[in-house]
Ligand binder design. Sequence first.
Ligand SMILES: Cc1cc2nc3c(=O)[nH]c(=O)nc-3n(C[C@H](O)[C@H](O)[C@H](O)COP(=O)(O)OP(=O)(O)OC[C@H]3O[C@@H](n4cnc5c(N)ncnc54)[C@H](O)[C@@H]3O)c2cc1C
Ligand SMILES: NC(=O)C1=CN([C@@H]2O[C@H](COP(=O)(O)OP(=O)(O)OC[C@H]3O[C@@H](n4cnc5c(N)ncnc54)[C@H](OP(=O)(O)O)[C@@H]3O)[C@@H](O)[C@H]2O)C=CC1
Length: 484
Amino acid sequence: MNLKADFAIIGGGIGGVTCAETLSHLNPDTNIVLITASSLIKTVTNLVQVSERIESFDVEEKPKSYLESTLPNVQVVHAAVAILDSENHILKTSDGTSVGYKKVCICTGGRPKVIVEDNPFVLGIRDTESVQEFQKRLKNARRIIVIGNGGIATELVYEVEGCEVIWAIKDKSISSAFVDAGAAQFFLPCVNKEKTESRKPLKRHKYTEEDDVTRPKNVTGGALGPDWSVNRDMVGNQQGSHKVHIEYSVEMANIFKLDEIKTNGKKIENPSTFDQITDDWPVCVELTNGKIYGADFIVSATGVVPNSHQFSANNFEIAEDGGIKVNDKMETNVKDVFAAGDICTASWIPAPHWIQMRLWSQARQMGCYAAKSMVASLSNEDVTLDFCFELFTHMTKFFNYKVILLGKFNGQGLGEGQEILLRFTEGVEYVKAIIQDGHLQGAVLIGETDLEETFENLILNKIDLTLFKEHLLDPNIDIEDFFD
Ligand SMILES: Cc1cc2nc3c(=O)[nH]c(=O)nc-3n(C[C@H](O)[C@H](O)[C@H](O)COP(=O)(O)OP(=O)(O)OC[C@H]3O[C@@H](n4cnc5c(N)ncnc54)[C@H](O)[C@@H]3O)c2cc1C
Ligand SMILES: NC(=O)C1=CN([C@@H]2O[C@H](COP(=O)(O)OP(=O)(O)OC[C@H]3O[C@@H](n4cnc5c(N)ncnc54)[C@H](OP(=O)(O)O)[C@@H]3O)[C@@H](O)[C@H]2O)C=CC1
């Protein structure tokens, strides 16, 4: 099959689909081809504007026909792109389809950065297939080891029940990819708390991925949606709820088989939180503090590697984190090739309160802005960087608490002279504001603080707080009223 498109997009995750939707709305007369290796595409639903810059939304998987029926000028091809021939402006898929394009956007996402590749006992989690594999193994598991201290690990240790979890983190506090040690302290009592009520699964029609014969083994499906852990059965084979043991300031030193441990006469730790655990583990892990734990398997929740290896013949400029570098128009260094979402690394000079993190919200914002830029480029017009890149915002849930992160929420790159203001009520809320040079630079808001809109404005409008900062977190002062 030979197709011709004004705009082509590679990847059916949030980045690619948002790019296709925006292109279609901006330019209904053009023809757009989206090629995706996964049989289902991701769409954003239930979008709620929490404040001017904070959005919350659900991510749903839909069949490709959904996009084609809602956007008449979009054609979706279910195949993996094997070759990007940027000189001749042609894409070739592994099943022989070729797509000529004028502008193309690469939205091929990332894959889990796994601590040990090709070890049958080490799993990474990214797409539906990988989480199903995790659930299958968990059913028969007595103990798992979770390595990593970011989003996936934080959500997993909270969700897994009926199975002991050894959570091995390289930092002194939990969830450090998102929050500071103070917030970690706030969350700590939740780690082993019995879940009183199970959260209701969202009532949505779930589509399932077809057996993906077209998807090569080294290409993952789209990253999972927000309720990936909530709606899934994550129960091991032990009686009881939560049993999480945290090992701080460690990394994995070695992986052994049980007989190797026995031969060497090494001691296996047994936190013995469940009664009937015996030492007949399929795999053992030695941590850098010398402790050895046996487990049924290991989850490596250690970050994302952008899929930038796929089209390397094009000599893309690659950033240190492995992403394809893009400028402030989402253009790569290769003519007429754009990139958006987890695949790319923002390589413009960022606004003072913005940082890149590989998140849905940013994949959506980048997909949308890349589309605007592609349209402008086709008609030789200019675009200015979208205002969503002025302020970092992220809204999520950890341990069933609402979490909002704003600006330089962990003081990233601020250097000396930061003042931290804190408000902490155990089990209710944690508020951290970072002030530098009299101005609010970032904030962590956990719980129903209702401060997000005001804090967002304080950061963006660069309000001088020198005289007011003593009262900023005073619960008896309505700061929204004060700054109105
Ligand atoms: C378990 C998990 C939980 C997460 N939770 C959150 C959260 O709570 N909040 C949040 O903000 N973010 C979360 N994220 C991160 C978020 O999911 C990602 O940042 C976002 O989905 C990235 O979107 P993307 O479109 O760039 O990439 P992806 O969703 O990875 O999509 C890439 C697409 O490209 C396709 N593809 C790859 N190679 C090819 C090829 N050669 N040819 C054709 N198609 C190809 C893939 O099949 C896929 O369809 C989570 C991620 C994971 C893994
Ligand atoms: N609610 C949310 O917003 C969620 C977001 N996500 C997103 O999904 C993606 C994947 O999540 P996840 O895998 O948790 O990635 P994250 O980037 O969130 O966290 C990875 C963690 O693993 C640590 N790490 C990296 N290498 C090693 C190693 N060799 N040994 C021990 N620890 C290591 C990192 O430490 P260091 O940073 O010091 O390298 C970091 O703490 C991320 O983009 C994340 O933002 C995922 C789930 C939920």
